[in-house]
Design a protein around this ligand. Structure first.
Ligand code: ATP
Ligand code: MG
Length: 415
């Protein structure tokens, strides 16, 4: 992609109405645009990052047998009345001119349970799991955390269906592992804790994945001995002791919930009378679990944690492009050489953003830091004088000159 054609521009002054670091950096870098509190547009650079995160989530859900579907944002009032959740504050409602009221999905148990019931006949159809990556709507009272807390945001929600609690328990562990892989791949592995949280009326505990950051709104108590965590809301219930190893040496940290896994059991299958015919000919209740991750919140969390005063430092797996090729100076020699490198990389299907603009070196390098692509390749009269290009990793301070003849090899190794 040539930067001269890229839609979206970097902005140097911090948007006045934006207090959160993730939104400030993302707006300045030309990744997102703010429509109103808690509602953002994703511009080309931001959409690439979001899609990469979604694809990582998709791959890990597919790997545990999840089948991707897409349900509607518009929800039937009657289905939410069936479970008693129509009047929950978080639900946005729309009134149509047909005198009908709909809800906007903020989660999809009330949609997926009747759907699953419609297509399932006997025990032979189980277990199975369905997921979607879709826009959710929530009446969030505090929407000051940028894309960490949207009123409209992207969620991956997976729902699993089972003939027994044992089968649910088994899948729950697979989902837990898949989640750990997702957080590792997006670059948050070191800072993300498996956390015990309240389970509601139907399970003792649920589990959250909490990532350490001052931008988070949760307090978690981390066990110094085994490294798991407890959400503040359940610490008392556990007598201040780690549920895994019993230690009372816990320390408190601020964190944001990036994922959540929950054994719903019969909480939703009972109201919808979702039963199956077992091998013994008896009708039994379907057991259910739900598993959520917010790709847009993950993107915001990465920005909160993996950034410096100059801008974002994207991990390779989710960077908008792998290489930022920057030409400095307007001589034909520089322009032609940069163009040649760009064409080579394009041909090899390497994801490259090419800053071909006629801006000053200062502007181009500042923009490059702000956008935060993992590897920068600078072509200038100075580097060509040494028959090379200057290479700099966004995550490191130093740079090196690589000979033109060695460039392909170097980049191949990097990617
Ligand atoms: P929180 O306590 O932070 O409001 P939640 O408990 O309401 O989160 P869930 O209902 O479990 O969250 O949603 C599943 C996942 O969706 C969360 O783990 C998070 O990653 C994401 N998520 C939830 N609310 C938002 C939001 N308002 N904006 C962006 N992502 C969200
Ligand atoms: Mg919430």
């Amino acid at each position: 992609m040539k930067q001269s054609k890229l839609f979206g521009k970097t902005i140097y002054e911090v948007p006045k109405d934006e207090v959160s670091k993730n939104a400030q950096l993302l707006i300045r870098g030309g990744f997102v645009d703010k429509l109103m509190a808690g509602v953002y547009y994703y511009l080309p650079l931001g959409k690439r990052v979001l899609s990469k995160i979604e694809n990582i989530v998709r791959e890990e859900m597919n790997a545990i047998g999840g089948q991707e579907i897409l349900m509607s944002a518009l929800q039937k009032k009657e289905d939410w009345q069936t479970t008693g959740r129509w009047d929950i504050d978080v639900m946005m409602k729309v009134q149509t001119n047909l005198d009908k009221e709909f809800g906007l999905g903020w989660t999809h148990e009330e949609a997926v349970t009747p759907l699953a019931k419609k297509y399932v006949r006997s025990y032979k159809d189980f277990p199975f799991s369905l997921y979607q990556i879709q826009t959710k709507f929530r009446n969030e009272k505090r929407a000051k955390s940028g894309i960490l807390r949207g009123r409209e945001f992207v969620m991956k929600d997976l729902y699993s269906f089972h003939t027994s609690e044992e089968s649910l328990d088994e899948f729950y562990l697979q989902a837990k592992d898949a989640y750990s892989k997702v957080f590792k791949r997006v670059g948050l592995g070191d800072k993300t804790y498996f956390t015990y949280a309240s389970g509601g009326d139907f399970s003792k505990y649920s589990h959250e994945f909490q990532t350490l950051t001052d931008a988070g709104e949760d307090n978690i108590h981390i066990c110094d001995k085994c490294g798991i965590a407890i959400n503040e809301e359940v610490v008392e219930e556990l007598d201040g002791k780690c549920p895994e190893c019993g230690s009372s040496d816990l320390h408190v940290e601020k964190a944001v919930e990036v994922g959540n896994i929950f054994k719903l059991k019969n909480r939703f299958t009972d109201p919808f009378n979702f039963k199956f015919l077992d091998s013994d000919g008896k009708e039994k209740t379907v057991m259910m679990g739900c598993y959520g991750i917010g790709p847009s919140r993950l993107m915001g969390t990465v920005v909160e944690i993996l950034s410096d005063e100059k801008g974002v430092v994207w991990p390779k797996e989710i960077a908008p492009y792998q290489i930022h090729l920057v030409s400095l100076g307007n001589s034909d020699e520089v322009k032609n050489k940069a163009e040649e490198i760009y064409n080579d990389l394009q041909q090899q299907k390497v994801e490259v953003l090419f800053d071909d603009r006629g801006e000053s070196a200062g502007v181009k390098l500042k923009d490059s830091d702000l956008i935060g692509i993992p590897l920068r390749v600078v072509v200038s009269a100075k580097t060509l004088g040494q028959d090379g290009v200057e290479i700099k990793k966004r995550s490191e301070e130093g740079f090196e000159i690589i000979k033109l003849g060695d460039l392909q090899h170097y980049l191949k190794n990097f990617i």
